[in-house]
Ligand binder design. Structure first.
Ligand code: CP
Length: 308
């Protein structure tokens, strides 16, 4: 397949065939990670700048590892200590990085739309969205597809229960889009106060009772709950949230016996997920982390012309 994407801002324009092709590339990168020497020269001479305006462990480290395994030159730019403190705009900042030879900019930002804006302003460099506000986190969706497929095989016809704070979750938005494209039906559950109004337009159904969502599910996806949601009055007490919507052994027992338990991290153990589930036999949470490296390698390889 001829790869036609230069940037990754959202998965909206990706076809199911492209997702399949992409995941096969990620499988190859996953194999490469098992080799004693985990480095190939595919992106030698390319420069990638990681711009994280928000904190991150998984996304930042896995992008950096992926870049290094493909032999790209890596620059970790950070807002603190940069000339943004002197009033330099975001546009001038990325133009400066591009003028120095950046071939790609990986950006995480608290404001919705920043990666899209940068992709329109940059002249040559690729832009990869590493999470923008509550809008999207497309590489998380790709790694989630990759790790779910590793556990379950073909996802067409699978059932996913996504439980938690959908309203504030960029992961939820990207995952719903990606899993539906692969033929997965998605049922949301969680407090009604943490659901978007437009669940029907997202092509998903909502049930308040997490047990109803979990019954027979192939994938149980738990979203992070931020404690400040309780202060905002959006959830009952943390204990009640855990009892009603948390990942407990009794909730997991309602799902398919081979169900994949997923969480994007970072986890609040004892809030949205019990440790016995996070570390239990159905959990693929560390597999998701590993897939993060393979998937970001595949993305860089395809979009920066490694395949050519
Ligand atoms: N899942 C995720 O984006 O984690 P980080 O915030 O640690 O990157």
């Amino acid at each position: 397949m001829e790869w036609r994407h230069k940037d990754l801002i959202s998965l909206e324009g990706w076809t199911r065939e492209e997702l399949h092709f992409f995941l096969e590339q990620a499988d190859y990168m996953d194999e490469l990670m098992n080799r004693p020497i985990k480095k190939v020269p595919a992106l030698r001479g390319k420069m990638v700048v990681n711009c994280f305006f928000e904190n991150s462990t998984r996304t930042r480290v896995s992008f950096e590892l992926a870049e290094k395994m493909l032999s790209a030159d890596v620059v970790n730019w950070s807002a603190s200590g940069s000339s943004t403190s002197k009033g330099e705009t975001l546009r001038d900042t990325v133009w400066t990085l591009e003028a120095m030879g950046a071939d790609a900019v990986v950006v995480r930002h608290g404001a919705v739309g920043v990666p899209d804006y940068l992709s329109k302003k940059l002249h040559r460099a690729s832009v990869f969205n590493a999470g923008d506000g509550t809008n999207g986190h497309p590489t998380q969706a790709l790694l989630d597809l990759h790790s779910a497929r590793k556990k379950l095989g073909d996802l067409d016809g699978a059932k996913m229960a996504m439980i938690g704070d959908v309203l504030h979750s960029r992961v939820a938005r990207s995952d719903i889009q990606a899993f539906r494209k692969m033929g997965v039906s998605v049922t949301l559950s969680g407090p009604a106060t943490l659901m978007p109004e437009d669940t029907a337009s997202l092509g998903v159904e909502y049930v308040s009772d997490a047990r109803e969502a979990a019954r027979g599910a192939d994938i149980l996806y738990f979203l992070r709950i931020q404690r400040e949601r309780q202060e905002d009055g959006l959830i009952p007490s943390i204990d009640e949230y855990h009892r009603r919507w948390g990942a407990t052994d009794s909730l997991v027992a309602l799902a398919s016996p081979k169900a994949a338990v997923m969480h994007p991290g970072p986890m609040n153990r004892g809030v949205e997920i019990a440790s016995s589930v996070a570390d239990g036999p159905n959990s693929v949470i560390l597999g998701q982390v590993r897939s993060g490296v393979a998937v970001r390698m595949a993305l860089l390889y395809l979009c920066l012309g490694g395949a050519r």
